[in-house]
Ligand binder design. Structure first.
Ligand code: PMP
Length: 394
């Protein structure tokens, strides 16, 4: 049997991480993998997470199974965080999942189960794991234009034109905020246009929200998702706590199925429980319990929000510093988009050979499509990167 296995394509980002590790240069800069790092290059355990873990450690009396959908208190707290008052709680079926990846996987499986003919429209580009999982599940995927190579913003006309080709029942996958890999995002009126199109054509919305609080703020980053949830007949929302709670390895996510018809919720929720059962039975609990503890305790929640805000503002500061430095060195505004982008990533729009040149000649590692992780920078490395970008001829 094993002789039939075929080598799968290596994950490009993980391969890049390995190259970085193997690079002996001491002044190398890692802008590759998508984890937040502070100015010291550390991905810290957030203060509120440490405190909540202590509470869980002291108070937890059993590690017996929870339920197939996880602890309902986790769903309640997360639904409130993401959806606010956009839809009644009774309209939302939800299940805990292993990270946002697990939530996306379960969402795709639900789509396949309920609507085998549906095609999934994905932004060009999108997070590569969307594509890889959809391919693995044998689902049909259609890219829609998203990134404008000139402005490095959203090609909104192209996006609407391509989504206009979708048939009733097709799924539109949107990034809730902080688009990965580009950093270019829809504004609220563009979200409104997309909602109109979804409703006019009878499409199904799916939102992947993995960076709430990393862009314009916790509430602001949820605006598009809330608008969609409140305005469409039904939607799926895959959420991750990996980044905004810094609990990457705990695998903490949530999948929501939102329907205007609350009579549908019990079946939606039972289906999410069934899908969990088939794939891994009970979802991981520790990260979810920590998140719930934080969100339900006023002091911990306030401290978490304050630290998240520090993280957000530090990334915004680095963006501005880099854009300013590039303006100074290039004598032009052509890098102004770096300050406009939001979240951890910016696609700078450099050709692969120039990305390669940055790595070989300057020891600067970014993903081959020229996505850089802003959090990989600090005040000292920003001028080094800016100079390398100009010297490399980008
Ligand atoms: N969606 C997007 C767009 C992401 O960038 C990520 C993280 N790389 C995820 C989902 C899921 O992350 P995780 O499974 O680690 O929670």
């Amino acid at each position: 049997m094993f002789e039939n296995l075929k080598a799968q394509p290596a994950d490009k980002i993980l391969a890049l991480m390995q190259m970085y590790k193997d690079d002996p240069r001491t002044d190398k800069i890692d802008l590759g993998v998508g984890v937040y790092k502070n100015a010291e290059g550390v991905t810290p355990v957030m203060r509120a997470v440490k405190a909540a873990e202590k509470i869980v450690w002291e108070s937890q009396e059993s590690k017996s199974y929870t339920g197939l959908i996880g602890d309902p208190a986790y769903s309640d707290a997360m639904i409130k965080l993401i959806l606010g008052d956009a839809v009644p709680r009774a309209n939302v079926g939800a299940a805990a999942t292993p990270g946002g990846t697990g939530a996306c996987r379960q969402a795709f499986e639900l789509i396949k189960m309920a609507s085998p003919e549906a095609r999934v429209f994905v932004s060009d580009p999108t997070w590569p794991n969307h594509i890889s999982i959809l391919n693995y599940l044998g689902m049909t995927m259609v890219p829609y234009r998203y990134f404008d190579a000139d402005s490095r913003g959203v090609d909104f006309e192209g996006m609407l034109a391509d989504l206009g080709q979708a048939r009733a029942g097709d799924v539109v996958l949107l990034h809730g905020c902080c688009h990965n890999p580009t950093g270019a995002n829809l504004n609220l009126s563009q979200w409104q246009e997309v909602v109109k199109l979804i409703n006019a054509k009878g499409l199904v919305a799916m939102i992947d929200i993995a960076y709430q609080g990393f862009g314009d703020g916790l509430e602001e980053d949820a605006q598009g998702t809330r608008l969609v949830a409140a305005s469409v007949k039904e939607c799926l929302i895959a959420a991750s706590c990996s980044k905004n709670f810094g609990v990457y390895r705990e695998r903490t996510g949530l999948l929501m199925a939102v329907s205007q018809d609350s009579g549908q919720t019990a079946l939606n929720q039972a289906t999410l429980a069934f899908l969990n059962r088939q794939n891994y039975s009970f979802p991981p609990d520790h990260g979810a319990r920590v998140v719930t503890t934080i969100l339900n305790d006023d002091a911990l929640r306030a401290d978490w929000m304050a630290e998240l805000e520090e993280i957000r503002l530090s990334m915004l500061g680095l963006r501005q510093q880099l854009a300013d430095e590039l303006q100074r060195l290039s004598g032009s505004d052509r890098f102004g988009f770096i300050a406009q982008h939001r979240g951890m990533f910016s696609r700078i729009g450099a050709a692969p050979e120039l990305v390669e040149k940055l790595r070989t000649e300057f020891g600067i590692y970014m993903v081959g499509d020229s996505r850089m992780n802003i959090a990989g920078l600090n005040a000292k490395t920003v001028p080094i990167l800016a100079k390398a970008i100009i010297d490399a001829g980008i």
